[in-house]
Design a protein around this ligand. Structure first.
Ligand SMILES: [Fe+2]
Length: 118
């Protein structure tokens, strides 16, 4: 669900600034994630957005944050049996997003890792 980071006392001024820039007061819907694994060089954090979200082009923080490579396609599920099977009371969406991460043993990791690092 889109949300705004704007404190209410600053809403009017921020709304005017956003309007002048052609941006929304809201961020597009997204999911934050943090991936930990022993083979990763460091924890990987980021956000996944949803393709077709109308807020992406007018994102408050800029339209480039939700790059196409960070957008998952969604599938709307409206079949009553599917909805009931998942314990929901109404239609829902699912999305699949694959992560391809560099690990300690990735061939190109060894090539770019500075001397003395692990
Ligand atoms: Fe967020």
């Amino acid at each position: 669900m889109p949300y705004s980071n704007t404190p209410s006392q600053a809403a009017d001024a921020v709304a005017a600034a956003a309007a002048a820039l052609g941006r929304s007061l809201y961020r597009p819907a997204h999911i934050h994630y943090e991936i930990h694994h022993a083979e990763l060089l460091k924890p990987y954090t980021g956000e996944v957005y949803f393709a077709g979200d109308p807020v992406i082009p007018v994102d408050f923080v800029g339209p480039k944050i939700a790059a196409p490579s960070l957008q998952a396609d969604t599938v709307l599920h409206e079949d009553p049996e599917t909805i009931a099977a998942h314990g929901f009371e109404g239609p829902f969406n699912t999305a699949v997003f694959d992560f391809v991460l560099k690990t300690r043993t990735s061939p190109d990791t060894a090539a770019v890792r500075p001397q003395g690092t692990v």
